[in-house]
Design a protein around this ligand. Sequence first.
Ligand SMILES: Cc1ncc(COP(=O)(O)O)c(C=O)c1O
Length: 404
Amino acid sequence: MSLLPARNASRPGDDPIFALNREATQRRAGGERIINATVGALLEDDGRLAVLPSVVEALREVPPLKAAAYAPIAGAPEFLGAVIGDLLGGTSLADCATAVSTPGGTGALRHAVSTFLERGQSMLTSSFYWGPYATICDEHERSLATFPMFAEHGGFDLDGFARGLDEVAAKQGRVLVFLNDPCHNPTGYSMTAAEWTGASSILADVAKRVPTTVLADVAYLAYAKDTRSFLKHLEPLAERAAVLFAWSGSKAFTQYGQRIGALVACTHDAAARDAIQRALAWACRGTWSNCNAAGQYAVARCLTDAPLKAKVDGERDRLRSLLDARVEAFNRAAAGTALRYPRYDGGFFVTVFSAEAKAHAEKLKARGVFVVPSAGALRVALCSVAQADVATVVGAIDEVLRGG
Ligand SMILES: Cc1ncc(COP(=O)(O)O)c(C=O)c1O
């Protein structure tokens, strides 16, 4: 007799990425030279967590009694307004947006899955995806379906996307799709304007047939080359579909532990928007009740107080340059090697294709290089690798791919 119901009786105890990170940390503490490319946080070249000092200061400046009190259940209005303004300001999406606070982008993804799908239905995403998408679906008794992310030509597989949507729409009469763009985790890929145009028209077509929700997971938006252009491809969809954004303060404000996030939902149908707002507020009450108050007030100020915003943006620019230098070093070192990977021009991660990812990751570990294996690929978190070590990582992967 199990004290737990069957679906919870034999859960794996540890997130695989956190487990790898722990192993890397232990070996380094034991005196080995280790390059740990598993951590999904931006580290300085000396290995310390990169932070934006002005955000730390803004957190300190939240009045203690305000920080200690409960935030409103759906989120602090000044925070939600600031997020909508920052993300969507100047687009028609801003005029038809509603939002709730969530603990990080993860909370926003969770709300999307539980609010926009029936139990037992599938969420659709690309074949390469952030592992917790599947965990979130499973935890909420939904499942995950995928479409092939890359076509033969190396770009986004629009035909595969259309087929995947058609299948899910035909099967369950409702679609929820997650597109993690720009700077996709784990591949580092950002869709081109032509690919967004294609994806948008495919989605518009599905939305004529079944209730359709498209969620842009913009966790890495602040580190993208272009943070705005993709919005114009989503604008027309809000006429008929729900357009959601999983917004995260974790990377944008380097405050992973404060759990600051929001789910922004856009639709021009005012009655539908009102119903969505009520459903999301209900979901907040039924899960975490309300979110970190100090984090919301501090980030609201960082987004709306002009001098503070300028300071934060300037500090973030330095971090973007730090990351961009690693991206350039990676592309330079990988030229002419056995490494095959999607076009990579920014973001925390890049994925190198590998037919034997598990075995290759083990061999890399033996060389002191930690990466995350998944089906057909090795994820390299350049966000946590010093620029001086990038060529070593590429060299080790090249050797292993060549059978070394
Ligand atoms: C693709 C993707 N989406 C969403 C998140 C959510 O991050 P958080 O919950 O820390 O805001 C992450 C974090 O690693 C991510 O990689």
